[in-house]
Design a protein around this ligand. Structure first.
Ligand code: PXL
Length: 254
């Protein structure tokens, strides 16, 4: 059986974070491993607090797991401090991990910061060069590149600049143009534009689900383009069947 690892924050609602990632892995027939990198106090209305795991414990979590099991692919979500990011980079090299997908999470769907100072720089310098794929949304792509993103051309410019930081492929997600939701993939050869009907409303967990599908598909042996197409379709379907489980945002029905 193929195995995928998520290194991500805990979201008690199960809409995002490692809980959502594990559901996606399961539904794609991939065995899921999870290493919490931070815990959030959260409900469907938002994040009220966040707790970073001690770096030494986080490091032990990874070593203990990876001395025993070699995942076929892995993804990162919230990495709350530069120390945590440095540890992930070190373990990726030390345990020769392949097929790294980075979802460079910076803020929650409700606008709360999910990273400490210095994280953006640390992600760029220490982790992006090891990535097979990074999946920033428009906001994150703009923060990392300084490009103000208003249209598809801006998304392409940002994707090209982001690839300069070292990842093999960049997928900028969440472009809302006309009636379509657009994602742009850039692998240094050819752009791929993924388009779906724009869904009304706000959904919690779409970024986590998108990067998890890609991770599971890479573990299964699909190439990055095939994985991205499957991720777009999967998230579109999950949005159609999203559920209101609390008083806040809808969550994807993963
Ligand atoms: O959607 C980004 C995200 C990722 N991971 C966790 C989260 C959130 C948003 O709230 O809570 C754990």
């Amino acid at each position: 059986m193929k195995i995928a690892l998520t290194i991500a924050g805990s979201d008690p609602t199960g809409g995002a974070g490692f809980q959502a990632d594990l559901k996606v892995f399961k539904s794609l027939g991939v065995y899921g491993l999870s290493i919490p990198s931070a815990l959030t106090a959260q409900n469907t209305a938002g994040v009220s607090d966040i707790l970073e795991l001690p770096a030494s414990f986080f490091s032990a979590e990874l070593d203990t797991l990876l001395q025993d099991i070699h995942p076929d692919a892995l993804k990162t979500g919230i990495l709350y401090s530069p120390d945590i990011i440095g540890i992930v980079a070190q373990k990726i090299k030390g345990h020769s991990l392949q097929n790294l997908v980075i979802d460079p999470v910076t803020v929650s769907s409700t606008g709360i910061s999910l990273v400490r100072d210095g994280c953006l720089e640390a992600l760029k310098v220490y982790l992006f060069p090891h990535a097979k794929v990074i999946t920033p949304n428009i906001y994150e792509a703009s923060v990392f590149t300084g490009i103000n993103i208003d249209n598809e051309k801006d998304m392409k410019d940002a994707a090209m600049r982001l690839r300069g930081f070292g990842p093999e492929t960049v997928i900028v997600t969440g472009g809302h143009l006309k009636h379509a939701a657009i994602d742009i993939l850039w692998d240094g050869r050819e752009f791929l534009t993924l388009e779906s009907e724009r869904a009304e409303g706000e959904y919690h967990g779409t970024g986590c689900a998108f990067s998890s599908v890609i991770t599971a598909c890479l573990a299964l042996g699909y190439d990055v383009r095939e994985s991205a197409v499957k991720a777009k379709e999967f998230v579109g379907n999950a949005m159609k069947s999203a559920v209101s489980i609390g008083k806040g945002m809808k969550v994807l029905n993963l």
